[in-house]
Design a protein around this ligand. Structure first.
Ligand code: PFF
Length: 459
C-alpha cells in the first residue's frame, strides 16, 4: 500500500523541527522564572537529572513509536497493541494538545502584542508601570482575544501548508533566527555591569529552596520543555523514515533545548540584576520587568524588539507541533484532508482557548472547583502537572512492559548508523540496554507515580 503521508526531507529538518517544538515559551517565559523562584542552580541541577533520567528515554520512545508506526498517537497505540485502553492513552494526547494550546496561544498572542508595542517603542520608567500597562491591556477582552486570534492564524497558516512546505520550512528559517537573536541578547547581557550577579544567580545553587515541590516542578517542566507526554514528538517522529537515526537526534534536541533555556536565563538575569531588580518576579518577569529594563539600555529599542521577536518565534514553532498532533489524528484516522483537519481542529481549539483569554478580564473572578485557579491557570497547571506526566507514565509502561524493552531497542537499532561512541555502537552495548531498561521500567514510572502521590496529598 502506498503511504500518502509526507516525510521530512532530511534528518536535519526533523532535528530543527523537533528543536522548534521543544524550544518555546517553556524555555524563555517559564524556565527563567521557575529557576528564579526555586533556588537557581539548585533547581537547574534537579531539572537536568529529570531531563537525563526520565526525559531522554521517553523522548527516544516517543519518536520511535511515531517512526515505527508512521501514525499519530491514537493510531500508533492502536497499531502496536490493538487494545482499546492504549487507544485512550493516545486520545489523552489529543486532549492535552487542546489544553496546552488554549493557554499557550494566549501567551503567544501577548508575545506578538509586545512585538508591536516594542516597535512603537516602550516608554515605561519602571517594572511597576509596565505591570500596570500589562494589566490594563489585558482588562480589554478584545485586545487579548484579538492577539490570540492573530497568533492562531499564523499557526494555522503554517500547518495548512503541510509537513515540508509548512512545518519544515518554518523551523528551517525561524530556528537559526531564534538562536542568533538569543546569542546577541546573551552577549549584550554579559557586557552589562553587574552581569556576574545574574550569572551566579543562575549557577550558584541555593539548596535551602529545594523541597519535594521542587521535584514536582522540575519533572513537570522537563516534560513540558521537551514536548513530551502528549504525542507531539511521536507525531513529528511519524514523518521520519526508517533510515533516520533517533538516538542521536534525541540527544541533540534535549541538549539544544537545555542550552537555549540556560541562554535565555543568562540573557534575562544579567539585565535584571544589573538594574537591581527582583529576579523572582514570577510569570510577569518577561512582560513586566524586561520591557522597561531592556528599553533603557543603550540600543534598548533594538534589544527590546529583538527579545519579543524571539519570544514570538519560540511560541509559533512550538504551537504548530501542538496542533499538528490533532491534525495528524484527523488525517490518519478519519481520513480528512489536511485542509479540512486543520480548519476543524483549528476552530475547535480556537474556541476552547477563549475562556483562557478571558481569564484576565471578563472571567477573572471565575475560579474552578474551589481551587482559586482561573481557566488560564488551570490549563497551565493541568498540562505540566497532570496530563503530560500522566502521558509519560503510560509511555514508559507501554515501552517497558507491553512493547518490551528488547523490541524497543531492536527498533531503535534500525537507522542507528551514527549512534557510535568511540567507534562502538551505543545501542549494542550491554550496559546501554541495561541502563535504558532500568530507567524505562522502573525509574520513570515510579518517580512519576511518587510525584502524583505527593501532588494529590497522599504522601
Ligand atoms: N516544549 C514547548 C515549550 O517549552 O514551550 C511546549 C510544548 C510543545 C509542550 C509541544 C508540549 C508539546 F507537545
Amino acid at each position: 500500500m502506498s503511504n500518502p503521508r509526507e516525510q521530512w526531507s532530511s534528518k536535519a529538518s526533523f532535528i530543527l523541527a523537533a528543536a522548534g517544538s521543544a524550544v518555546g515559551l517553556g524555555n524563555i517565559w517559564k524556565f527563567p522564572y521557575i529557576a528564579g523562584e526555586n533556588g537557581g542552580a539548585a533547581f537547574l541541577f534537579i531539572y537536568m537529572i529529570c531531563i537525563v533520567m526520565i526525559g531522554l528515554p521517553i523522548l527516544n520512545i516517543e519518536i520511535l513509536l511515531g517512526r515505527a508506526t508512521q501514525k499519530n498517537p491514537v493510531g500508533a497505540f492502536k497499531a502496536l497493541s490493538g487494545k482499546p485502553f492504549w487507544t485512550y492513552v493516545g486520545a489523552l494526547g489529543v486532549l492535552a494538545s487542546f489544553t496546552i494550546l488554549s493557554f499557550y496561544s494566549v501567551v503567544g498572542g501577548w508575545s506578538i502584542a509586545y512585538t508591536v508595542e516594542a516597535l512603537k517603542g516602550f516608554t515605561f520608567e519602571t517594572p511597576q508601570v509596565a505591570g500596570e500597562f500589562f494589566d490594563l491591556k489585558n482588562s480589554n477582552p478584545m485586545w487579548v482575544v484579538g492577539y490570540h486570534t492573530l497568533f492562531f492564524l499564523m499557526v494555522l497558516g503554517i500547518i495548512l501548508s503541510g509537513v515540508r512546505a509548512g512545518l519544515e520550512k518554518a523551523s528551517k528559517y525561524l530556528m537559526p533566527a531564534l538562536f542568533a537573536i538569543l546569542a546577541i541578547l546573551v552577549v549584550q547581557g554579559l557586557m552589562l555591569s553587574g552581569a556576574d550577579r545574574g550569572v551566579s544567580f543562575l549557577f550558584d545553587p541555593d539548596w535551602s529552596k529545594i523541597n519535594a515541590q521542587t521535584f514536582l516542578l522540575a519533572l513537570g517542566h522537563a516534560f513540558f520543555t521537551l514536548s513530551l507526554g502528549m504525542g507531539a514528538m511521536m507525531t513529528y517522529g511519524s514523518y521520519l523514515s526508517e533510515k533516520d537515526d533517533i538516538v542521536n537526534a534525541s540527544y541533540l534536541v534535549a541538549f539544544l533545548d537545555t542550552f537555549i533555556a540556560i541562554m535565555a536565563g543568562v540573557a534575562i538575569f544579567t539585565v535584571v540584576f544589573s538594574s537591581g531588580y527582583d529576579p523572582t518576579a514570577g510569570p510577569g518577569l518577561v512582560f513586566h520587568v524586561l520591557p522597561p529594563l531592556l528599553s533603557q539600555l543603550a540600543g534598548g529599542y533594538f534589544f527590546a524588539l529583538l527579545f519579543f521577536v524571539l519570544l514570538s518565534i519560540a511560541a509559533v514553532t512550538s504551537a504548530i507541533s501542538i496542533l499538528e498532533v490533532s491534525v495528524a489524528y484527523l488525517t490518519d484516522e478519519l481520513k480528512y484532508s489536511r485542509k479540512k483537519a486543520t480548519l476543524t481542529m483549528g476552530a475547535l481549539v480556537y474556541f476552547a482557548a477563549i475562556p483562557c483569554a478571558l481569564s484576565f478580564n471578563v472571567l477573572s473572578d471565575f475560579t474552578l472547583f474551589g481551587t482559586g485557579f482561573t481557566f488560564f491557570d488551570m490549563a497551565d497547571y493541568l498540562a505540566s502537572n497532570v496530563l503530560l506526566p500522566l502521558g509519560g507514565f503510560f509511555l514508559a509502561i507501554f515501552a517497558g512492559y507491553v512493547w518490551k524493552v528488547d523490541e524497543v531497542v531492536r527498533n531503535l537499532l534500525i537507522g542507528e548508523s551514527q549512534s557510535t561512541y568511540f567507534g562502538n555502537s551505543i545501542l549494542k552495548s550491554k550496559s546501554f540496554v541495561a541502563i535504558f531498561s532500568f530507567l524505562v521500567r522502573y525509574i520513570s514510572p515510579i518517580s512519576i507515580f511518587l510525584v502524583f502521590l505527593y501532588q494529590f496529598g497522599w504522601i
